[in-house]
Design a protein around this ligand. Sequence first.
Ligand code: KG4
Ligand code: ZN
Length: 331
Amino acid sequence: MNVLGIETSCDDTSAGIFNGKKLLANVISTQIVHRRFGGVVPELASRAHIQLINPVIEQALEQSGLVKEALNGIAVTYGPGLAGSLLVGLSVAKGLSLSLGVPMAAVNHLEGHIWAASLASSAVEPPFIVLIVSGGHTQLVKVAEWGEYQILGRTQDDAAGEAFDKVAKMLNLGYPGGPVIEKLAREGDAGYVRFPRAYLDKNSDDFSFSGLKTAVLNHIQSIGEMKLHDHLADIACCFQEAVIDVLVEKAIAASGCAGIRRIVLGGGVAMNRALQEHLSNRCRDEGMEAFWPPPELCADNGGMIARTGYFYLQQNRTTPLSVSPNPSLNF
Ligand code: KG4
Ligand code: ZN
């Protein structure tokens, strides 16, 4: 069964094809139109999806060596995300499902991030704890079985990626902030300043990054323009360490409580090498295993949606074509 996955929930237009054994294609077109605005502009995102979606699907078919008629099912993200962006992918998926006479599975974007690492390693099998960290989400989810998810914790304010983006904006580093902060942080002094870590209540698996963001802003204002220039890398490094410490310690604690020895990362922030290394070291100390997807499967991508949709279509769990986008969808 060849399943095409379509992903247009935010600012990446993507299509992937999964055949039950491997990912035959995964094409991602990142919209650059948002860069000069310092964040995603919803109206521009849906317009760009309209322009990009058909060429991206054509490219995915070309990469897979399949013709359209060889597709046996269509998977598509229907939430959470931007309403206008979701609508583009969903409309195209419905059109393909009708014209090809194949079933459609509407997929939760977050579940896509949960499946992503399994496309790269067969060792990623439940039970595991997944830490989904992106520009829009920071969630700890217990995966007892595929399709069986329990949210253990989530952010009470900013998402981890959002914190990277906002701090990058304060430092005039452009958008998206994650990759540039990570690069700069490599040159920084981790002992320069200690920013606060919000562990919240000892029994809580929730996160909070707004206090850290304010602490960085206060620090920037206290040192002034001249000194800021000399300490950009140090601030990036100390901020990144504060985010990573909390993410890793909370993931380890949640896994310990649930009696689960395997932690999986997903989402754009999972591309961060310092996060991967820190998690990997801490898991080794605790006798746990750590996994993360390769970069193209961390980002929003159609491959992970194809994989998730395959799981549902295989069980004949199809979605009626009357389905609408659900921007605030959760588990
Ligand atoms: O999953 P994603 O592509 O889109 C969302 O669903 O949000 O994640 C994008 C987010 C952005 O906030 C970006 O700054 C962050 O992931 N990000 C990173 C890195 N690469 C991307 N954060 C930290 N380190 C990185 N290397
Ligand atoms: Zn995402």
